[in-house]
Design a protein around this ligand. Structure first.
Ligand SMILES: N[C@@H](CCC(=O)N[C@@H](CS)C(=O)NCC(=O)O)C(=O)O
Length: 260
């Protein structure tokens, strides 16, 4: 039976990468053993290009001899090769809802959380070492952090993590969290075992919760609880560093949600 065929998997990741964490959880959920290769941000692009993956971002996965790039593409290929437990519902209306939520998670939430993190790391690169916990980067992490300033600047620039964009992301975050809470209430998200949209969205919410600036404002609501359940451990911890004024919309919305 195809489901029982041993699968050879090698996952290319970057420390702190939330879509790579999503791919890890999917592989774990399906019981597919994998080898993880940790790459340094920015440098990863050249490495993945040289390895001839379809694109130069992580997650990239070598699975059963096939090269796949992208968290949504990986979800589909893993589900095709290992159907149980399913990552997508079979009922057509539910499938559309889960695929819509998954796409939104990848296209809207995921890049926003990436921008927020790089903006925070640009202000203080010291927490980088915590995101690299357990990673094998080929250089001692102390040296990597000490020499990280140009890499962080390049990553922030490549991801458009400028102040204007990140302030706008933080202003939009309350609405995005409400949308996730609503999906949970409607049963689109929050299934057990998690579906592809749960994992895609949980990875971003969980990464946001590694920032002290955001964790308390997210953790108590359904979106935060779902993220912690789907991804119990996400290495990384960034002390407060974002301007207080940028966090006001989120603070106000969490007071409203708490009835304060
Ligand atoms: N939307 C893509 C995200 C790909 C992506 O931007 N990954 C980041 C890490 S979170 C990356 O590879 N960054 C390295 C770079 O752009 O140099 C997915 O879900 O797979």
């Amino acid at each position: 039976m195809a489901a029982d065929r041993p699968l050879d998997a090698k996952l290319y990741s970057i420390p702190g990468s939330h879509p790579a964490m999503a791919a890890r959880r999917m592989l774990e959920l399906k019981g597919i053993p994998y080898k993880r290769v940790d790459l340094m941000p920015v440098i990863s692009r050249g490495a993945l290009k040289a390895l001839r993956f379809p694109s130069n971002t992580v997650p990239s996965l070598l699975l059963g001899g096939k090269k796949i790039t992208g968290s949504r593409e990986i979800a589909r290929e893993i589900d095709r090769l290992r159907p149980e437990p399913p990552l997508y519902p079979t009922e057509p209306e539910q499938l559309v809802a889960v695929e819509d939520a998954e796409r939104w998670g990848e296209e809207i939430l995921q890049p926003a959380v990436r921008r927020i993190l790089w903006n925070a790391l640009k202000r203080d690169r010291e927490p980088l070492r915590t995101y690299a916990e357990g990673a094998r980067l080929g250089v001692p992490i102390g040296i990597a952090v000490k020499t990280a300033t140009p890499m962080v600047a390049a990553a922030a620039r490549m991801n458009s993590a400028d102040d204007g964009a990140v302030r706008a992301d933080l202003a939009a975050l309350p609405g995005w969290l409400r949308r996730i809470d609503d999906w949970i209430a409607d049963g689109v998200l929050g299934s057990e075992p998690p579906n592809a949209a749960d994992i895609q969205i949980a990875a971003s919410v969980r990464l946001a919760m590694t920032l002290d600036d955001l964790r308390q404002l997210i953790a108590q609501r359904p979106a935060g609880e779902m993220a912690a359940r789907v991804i119990p451990d996400f290495p990384g911890h960034a002390p407060p560093v974002l301007p207080a004024a940028w966090l006001e919309p989120l603070q106000q919305s969490s007071q409203v949600a708490a009835g304060g």
